[in-house]
Design a protein around this ligand. Structure first.
Ligand SMILES: CC1=N[C@H](C(=O)O)[C@@H](O)CN1
Length: 283
């Protein structure tokens, strides 16, 4: 009954919004029986397992919600992180489930659902931390230190605001290339979100590199940075995003959201609280 009502509400929203002005991605996906999702193979947010199964916190949260909205199947479109937004706009896929952080610049291009988690940053270095790097400022203040960072990621902006010049960044296309740069010595540091970095280290099992456990979170504009990740929609898919948000809210209240996050190594501290896309989109 509840599902039936939700379904009727979604269709009513789409009809009420008027054809032409509003995206019909949701109705099309329901009709087709599947939805295509952009992802960047970044564990634990969205990735394919060795068996080719699409999973990750962002994927599994979306999977539950999409099923409740009437879409039974998700088909992943592997895309470089830096091309996810352009791919969504170009309709190469219907939504982005990559745990992408909400920020003002991205909100100009796409519409985010409310956040599903929040997280901080991390760095890894050569064993023993020979350059004694504990913060982004330490990279900036060192004479030669280079940091590997993924193209299109927010960390590039954080590094710049911490005084690290572009010449000191080894900008790579994905997280595998970031760890390769550190292992091969092309970079002295790699940075990404805490869970992504830990997952890379766990997979690499390389005794010559280590996480900096006393890393100081970057302080940008007087505040410790914290990223809030969410599913992204095309701007015109307003009704779809609202329906998604309504289901997400129920999952937050019931504790189902935390249950899924926990399966991917997140803790209660990483819940998004009452943060909204609207406030996180503000410049
Ligand atoms: C989940 C994720 N968040 C950051 C971002 O949104 O830019 C980057 O670290 C890339 N991956």
């Amino acid at each position: 009954m509840k599902r039936g009502l939700a379904f009727a509400w979604i269709i009513a929203m789409i009809m009420a919004s008027g054809c032409g002005q509003t995206g019909d991605t949701l109705a099309e996906a329901i009709e087709r029986g599947y939805i295509t999702v952009g992802f960047a193979n970044e564990k634990p947010y969205a990735y394919k397992t060795a068996d080719g199964e699409l999973t990750g916190e962002a994927v599994e949260i979306a999977r539950v919600i999409l099923e409740r909205l009437g879409i039974q199947e998700m088909r992943g479109e592997l895309t470089e992180f830096s091309s996810l937004i352009a791919g969504l706009q170009a309709k190469r896929f219907d939504i982005v489930t990559a745990g992408m952080f909400i920020n003002a610049e991205r909100c100009e291009a796409v519409a985010f659902a409310n956040p599903e988690y929040s997280i901080g940053e991390a760095i890894a270095v050569k064993k023993g931390n020979p350059l004694n790097i504990k913060s982004y400022e330490d990279i900036a203040n060192h004479d030669t230190a280079k940091v590997a960072v993924m193209a299109g990621a927010v960390e590039i902006g954080y590094l710049e605001k911490s005084g690290v010049s572009k010449e000191r960044m080894v900008i790579v296309q994905d997280q595998d290339a970031a760890i390769n740069a550190l292992q091969s010595g092309r970079a002295d540091v790699m940075t990404m979100t805490g869970p992504a970095l830990q997952s890379r280290l766990d997979t690499a099992q390389d005794p010559n590199i280590e996480r900096v456990t006393d890393f100081e979170q970057p302080v940008i504009d007087g505040q410790d940075v914290r990223g809030y990740g969410a599913t992204a929609f095309r701007k015109e898919d307003t009704a779809f995003r609202e329906a998604f948000n309504a289901e997400l809210e129920k999952m937050k209240e019931s504790g189902e959201l935390l249950e899924i996050l926990r399966q991917f190594g997140f803790t209660e501290e990483e819940l998004p609280g009452d943060a909204t896309a609207e406030e996180l989109c503000k410049p």
